[in-house]
Design a protein. Structure first.
Length: 311
């Protein structure tokens, strides 16, 4: 890549990291904190994602109005709808899996996200990668999983495949299908903020139906009216998401979904590493091994991992 492309890639990574670092902090505060004199907990994740999608859509529309919104877009509607549905489905499946599996299991599963993006990109989007690219993605995935996995004494021995594992597999598959749809959108020259706006609009249509069917929209609205201190938290949560998605969609449109998947997966690693450094926690041997594996994979990918497009 040229120097300008390298600088743009670094800017996208720093933007994704900074926005989603704050995003994670405020999300934990909303989902784990208590509100009001009765110390009520917020239990409406679908409504929170719905608000997030609204702010994402308005943000993208605003950028388009200021920049190149008059140029139009030729992406087929069915493609943007598929992309939006798989995008929101992956989020909901991943969050719902925590009802049945532990957090380490969920992290271990979601850390494998670059693999379905790569495989489905090969089989459905006509992409080809050399062997070193495959090895780099596998190394990054293993390293992040090793670093983030938390040992627990209460976990049962052996392997079981239940509802939680099925939801994680569903989430990973939908992540891969989202990557395939984004690759197809790139063929039509879909620009970053059109992609961001159309995906979130499609997700909103699905989420709105879900909120109305379950009645969650009314319960969540009543909670927010009763505990109004949560409203600015939801708004800042949404803006952190919008800014983060802004960098994500720029990355997808400029460098492809595989690079975006690598960046968002390693972002979790750097977030945890920053926490360890800031709070003086020590790393176990397994975590140091994970650190070395991640950086080995990144160096291997940057130096040797060249994409070859099918003719």
């Amino acid at each position: 890549m040229k120097l300008g492309d390298n600088l743009k890639l670094v800017a996208c990574f720093l933007g994704i990291f900074g926005c989603y670092f704050y995003y994670g902090i405020i999300q934990e505060k909303i989902m784990r904190g208590t509100y009001g004199p009765d110390n009520e907990r917020y239990i409406f994740p679908m409504f929170l994602v719905w608000c997030q999608c609204i702010i994402n859509t308005l943000f993208a529309k605003g950028i388009l109005m200021v920049t190149d919104g008059s140029k139009g877009d030729n992406t087929p509607a069915y493609l943007t709808f598929i992309c939006g549905v798989t995008y929101v489905g992956a989020m909901l499946a991943s969050n719902s899996s925590l009802k049945w599996v532990s957090y380490p299991t969920q992290v271990l599963g979601k850390s494998c996200k670059p693999i379905p993006v790569l495989l489905l990109g090969v089989f459905f989007a006509g992409k080809r990668y050399n062997l070193i690219k495959y090895c780099a993605v596998v190394l990054i995935t293993i390293g992040v999983a090793l670093f983030m996995y938390k040992d627990g004494k209460d976990d049962g021995a052996g392997f079981t495949f239940g509802a939680g594992e099925f939801l994680l597999l569903t989430s990973l598959t939908l992540d891969g299908l989202t990557g395939v749809a984004q690759e197809k959108m790139r063929v039509y020259g879909t620009r970053a903020h059109y992609m961001m706006m159309s995906m979130n609009l499609a997700a909103l249509s699905v989420m709105t139906l879900g909120l109305l069917v379950t009645g969650e929209i009314w319960h969540a609205s009543n909670f927010c009216l009763k505990n109004q201190t949560i409203i600015p938290e939801i708004i800042t949560f949404g803006f952190a998401s919008a800014l983060g998605q802004n960098f994500i969609f720029i990355t997808v449109s400029e460098f492809g979904p595989l690079m975006c998947s690598i960046m968002t997966t390693t972002r979790k690693f750097f977030t945890i590493l920053g926490s360890v450094v800031l709070f003086g926690n020590t790393l176990m041997t397994r975590q140091w091994i994970g650190t070395m594996i991640v950086f080995s994979g990144l160096i291997m990918d940057n130096i040797f991992g060249k994409t070859i497009k099918r003719a």
